[in-house]
Design a protein around this ligand. Structure first.
Ligand SMILES: *[C@@H]1O[C@H](CO)[C@@H](O)[C@H](O)[C@H]1NC(C)=O
Ligand SMILES: *[C@@H]1O[C@H](CO)[C@@H](O)[C@H](O)[C@H]1NC(C)=O
Ligand SMILES: *[C@@H]1O[C@H](CO)[C@@H](O)[C@H](O)[C@H]1NC(C)=O
Ligand SMILES: *[C@@H]1O[C@H](CO)[C@@H](O)[C@H](O)[C@H]1NC(C)=O
Ligand SMILES: *[C@@H]1O[C@H](CO)[C@@H](O)[C@H](O)[C@H]1NC(C)=O
Ligand SMILES: *[C@@H]1O[C@H](CO)[C@@H](O)[C@H](O)[C@H]1NC(C)=O
Ligand SMILES: *[C@@H]1O[C@H](CO)[C@@H](O)[C@H](O)[C@H]1NC(C)=O
Length: 378
């Protein structure tokens, strides 16, 4: 039965029984593409007069389905029913035509579920391994042929990545979809997705339908070395970024002098390097913050850890000022001494003068002696 007829029958029912009812099915596709074993849901929404006695049910290829969940709510004179088929995983057996049938009218909405199969590979990173090929291969003769494939890294299209041109080559030769990562490094490790686009153009409007499959480049964790040490002045901001590579990234913990750090008012952890706590930040450092900080990454997959440490020194805010203050103090003391001396001297002026005379007299006498001696030698 066509959609036009369904709408007509509903309109007729509304006209004849003056009943206001509607059925909608989501997702709103004629064909739903599922790549096993991913999950899928079908939902049928039915609104009717609360006393109409009409109901809905799901049928697959004409047979009643038992694995559905039903929620009905009544508000005013309207009854709303939601009938869901929830599949947490899918297999070829789930393929078929699903109808949401209203009783007693027999009105139905159909959706065809196509379950496709894609095989992807995972690759283990090794040092100097050269190029890596990640592959998504469609399986079976029933796989739809009118689709396109694009690649993403951590759900970001690779064409938008900065190093797209040098780093990647894509080869789409059905049934193989290959992403080549040239000169693979540990920093390239991650989850890559081949995205199958089954979007169709129905009645001029685009119905978007994309399904992604993951292929992994696995690598054990590694942390970029910190600079050896960091010198800060009291009240400065401390920011340490843990540069972790690897896939899966695993967990990181921060410690200081061997004691694991937890966030408190002063110590904060912020997202960085793809982790919730990749950055350690202290807005205003104090003396007690000095020490050796460590970022430790642990990976369950590899049963291994990686770490990097940095020595943080915190100096007094006045530290740079001390030598200067010392000089100032010295000058001040010197001035005071000179001032006091000068004052004392001006009070004892007369006596002072006599003393000078005596001294200069004796000096003159010595000079005279010397002159005499020189004359004698001559
Ligand atoms: C299916 O429905 C369940 C429950 O309503 C929901 O938690 C889940 O996210 C849905 N999954 C998909 C693929 O729509
Ligand atoms: C693309 O992949 C196919 C299948 O592996 C291969 O036969 C073909 O030579 C590749 N093309 C290029 C340009 O590498
Ligand atoms: C793919 O083919 C099916 C069946 O022939 C058709 O219903 C669907 O609209 C097509 N999709 C695209 C994207 O052309
Ligand atoms: C497509 O358009 C035709 C004519 O405009 C209409 O009768 C039909 O119901 C439409 N189909 C869908 C799926 O919207
Ligand atoms: C990270 O830690 C959590 C809880 O401590 C643990 O469940 C999870 O498996 C860890 N992940 C990895 C990759 O080690
Ligand atoms: C992980 O490594 C430790 C020591 O290296 C070992 O004792 C333990 O059995 C390992 N665990 C697993 C699950 O391999
Ligand atoms: C940190 O790494 C060094 C060298 O890689 C290692 O000797 C040390 O045991 C590690 N420390 C921790 C706490 O894992």
């Amino acid at each position: 039965m066509g959609r036009g007829l369904q709408i007509l029958s509903i309109a007729l029912a509304m006209f004849v029984g003056s009943e206001c009812q509607s059925i909608t099915v989501s997702p709103p596709y004629d064909i739903l593409y599922v790549i096993a074993p991913s999950a899928f849901n079908l939902s049928c929404n039915h609104i009717t007069e609360s006393n109409s006695g009409s109901d809905i049910e799901w049928k697959k290829d004409g047979a009643k389905i038992t694995e559905e969940t039903k929620h009905s709510t009544i508000s005013g004179d309207k009854k709303k029913t939601v009938l869901n088929i929830v599949k947490s995983s899918s297999s070829a057996a789930d393929a078929g035509t699903y109808d949401c049938v209203e009783s007693p009218s027999g009105t139905k909405f159909s959706i065809t579920v196509v379950v496709a199969k894609v095989n992807s590979n995972d690759v283990e990173f090794k040092r100097s391994m050269g190029s890596v090929k990640l592959e998504c291969e469609t399986e079976g003769t029933s796989f739809p042929t009118n689709y396109t494939v694009t690649w993403e890294r951590e759900h970001q299209p690779i064409t938008t990545l900065e190093d797209y041109e040098e780093k990647y080559t894509v080869n789409n030769t059905m049934p193989y979809h290959i992403l080549e990562i040239k000169n693979a490094e540990r920093a390239d490790a991650g989850a890559y997705q081949c995205v199958f686009d089954f979007s169709s153009h129905a009645n001029g409007s685009k119905v978007s339908q994309k399904v992604s499959v993951t292929a992994n480049l696995f690598a054990s964790p590694l942390i970029r070395r910190f600079e050896k040490s960091k010198n800060l002045i009291q009240r400065d901001r401390l920011e340490l970024k843990c540069g972790v590579y690897g896939h899966p990234l695993g967990n990181i913990t921060w410690s200081k002098d061997g004691v694991v750090l937890a966030a408190n008012g002063r110590i904060e952890f912020k997202p960085g390097s793809g982790l919730d706590n990749g950055i350690l930040e202290i807005e205003h450092v104090e003396f007690e913050d000095k020490g050796t900080y460590m970022c430790l990454a642990s990976s369950m997959r590899y049963n291994t850890t990686a770490n990097s440490t940095i020595l943080v020194r915190v100096k007094d805010k006045l530290a740079a000022l001390w030598p200067f203050l010392g000089i100032v103090a010295e000058v001040v003391i010197l001035c005071i001494i000179i001032f006091i001396y000068e004052k004392k001297r001006s009070k004892e002026d007369p006596a002072d003068n006599d003393e000078t005379d005596v001294k200069s007299g004796s000096a003159n006498a010595n000079e005279a002696n010397e002159v005499r001696q020189r004359n004698v030698r001559a």
